[in-house]
Each structure stands twice: as C-alpha cells, then as structure tokens.
Design a protein around this ligand. Structure first.
Ligand code: MF3
Ligand code: CO
Ligand code: CO
Length: 256
C-alpha cells in the first residue's frame, strides 16, 4: 500500500486538525485532578471538540464507545472512559484524535494526579524523551526503522524498560490509521523511506516491567501482563523538506 504524500492544502488541514487536538490537551489539563471521573473528562473533551466544528475520531471507531481514550496506571492504551474517579498517585494518558475538515490529528499526553514517587516520574520522563528522540530522526531519506531504533535504544537498552511492540504509530490523514506502520523498535536504515509530505504518528508505550500486554473483556483496554505501570505520549508529525514539523506541538515545557 502506498503512503500518501499530502498536497499543500492537505498539509494546511493536517496543521489545523493537529493544532485543535493539541489544544484539547491544554484545555483538559486543569481538570485532571483527584476525584474527577474519566467519563467527565470524556464529556468535557467531546463538547470542546464539537464546539470547534470537529468530530472526536474514537467515537464509534471500530465500535469504540467513547470520544477519547483514558489509560490509567497499568493500562497501556485504549482505556475506555468510565465512572472511575482519579486517585492521588494515579498516572493517566489522555489520547485525543480530532477530525476537522476531513483530516485527523492525533496526540496524547501523560498527566500525574497529585504526587508520585521518583520512579514514576522517571518512567514518564523517559517515555517523553524517547518520543522526541524518535522525532529527531525524521527527515526525507531517513527510514521508519531509524525512529524505532532511537526509541528502543534509549528506553530499553539504556533504561531497561519494556517497549510495547503490540501497538505502533501510524500514517494519518483523511484516514485515522494508515500506512506506514511506525514501530517503536527497529533497525537503522531499514523500513520505509520517509518522504516530504508524509504525515504519521509516533506514540511509544513504555512499561516499567514486561513489554507484553493483554486485552480486557471489553475488547479494547490493553493492560500490562505484570500489572506494572505503562506510560505513553504521542505526536502527529509532518516530514518537511529538511526534517520534521511536530503538528501537535504545544508549549516548550513538553518538548525535549
Ligand atoms: N488514538 C489512538 C492512536 O493513537 C487510537 C485510538 S482507537 C480508539 O492511534 F478506537 F480506541 F479510539
Ligand atoms: Co495514534
Ligand atoms: Co492517539
């Protein structure tokens, strides 16, 4: 399957939807506090996205029942918002995908509820840094394997964390998930060649223990097999003439 190379006008639409997705994370951040339910966070994000003339892509996507994904503690990804209140010490990934003018923007961030011990902060820091090391590989002529190698060498080889292989980054545009697959483990110089005008996500899931996951009976929620913590962050990236543009970038505090 061919990877889509976006026209100038499509790139403008990818910029707009990605900017909106990023703004949802900024909007929701002050609400991520002990006592709030993930269902409440879902409703707030849902309404915000509709108010901005967009559609929350997860809702009814392959049967997913809610508008965002909320993945707490040992949940690796695709957690379903519910009547579960956030507790002091929880970590939560909120994953937002918008459809604006027919184009998808996909980004997620980790939030901490109250205080967490240093080993938890470190897991999140390494996860965020691994995403940015992957992003720094992106340029025309580079390969998808360069991205995965950078992430894996840092998170696994240097820090000993489990790098989840069951879920990947993905091409994105008019479709939510398309080619190329962007694995978070790879070999330098291998895999698809990156071309100016491609858009895809990088979204490493990094586990304190085993990289292996199981899926709960709801057919969505992926959890770590050893119930240890998992963290994830995600950006939508455009390949530019001389490197990359992080379409879902927010303020500098989240960049590395
Ligand atoms: N946003 C997720 C991703 O990064 C996909 C969620 S699919 C859903 O690819 F159906 F769970 F919403
Ligand atoms: Co994604
Ligand atoms: Co996502």
């Amino acid at each position: 399957m061919a990877v889509e190379i976006h026209s100038k006008s499509a790139i403008e639409k990818m910029r707009a939807t990605s900017r909106l997705a990023a703004s949802v994370l900024e909007f929701i951040e002050p609400h991520v506090k002990a006592g709030v339910t993930t269902e409440k966070l879902n409703g707030l994000c849902h309404d915000y996205i509709l108010e901005h003339d967009a559609i929350p892509a997860p809702l009814n996507y392959k049967g997913f029942p809610k508008s965002i994904c909320t993945s707490i503690n040992e949940v690796v990804c695709h957690g379903i918002p519910e009547q579960r209140e956030l507790l002091d010490g929880d970590i939560i990934n909120i994953d937002i995908t918008t459809i604006l003018d027919g184009y998808h923007g996909d980004t997620s961030e980790m939030f901490v509820v109250g205080e967490v011990p240093p080993h938890v902060t470190k897991l999140i820091d390494v996860t965020r840094r691994s995403l940015w090391l992957g992003i720094h590989e992106v340029a025309p002529g580079k390969r998808v394997g360069d991205i995965g190698a950078a992430i894996y060498e840092y998170a696994h080889d240097e820090h000993g964390y489990g790098v989840v292989e069951a879920f990947c980054g993905h091409g994105i545009g008019r479709k939510f998930h398309t080619e190329p697959q962007v694995a978070h483990r790879g070999k330098r110089g291998k895999g698809r060649r990156l071309v100016e005008g491609m858009t895809f996500t990088i979204e490493p899931m990094i586990n304190e223990g085993s990289q292996h996951c199981e899926i709960l009976d709801d057919d969505w929620t992926a959890i770590t097999i050893d119930k240890k913590l998992s963290a994830q962050v995600e950006h939508t990236i455009l390949v530019t003439a001389d490197g990359y543009e992080v379409l879902t970038a927010r303020d500098a505090a989240f960049s590395m």
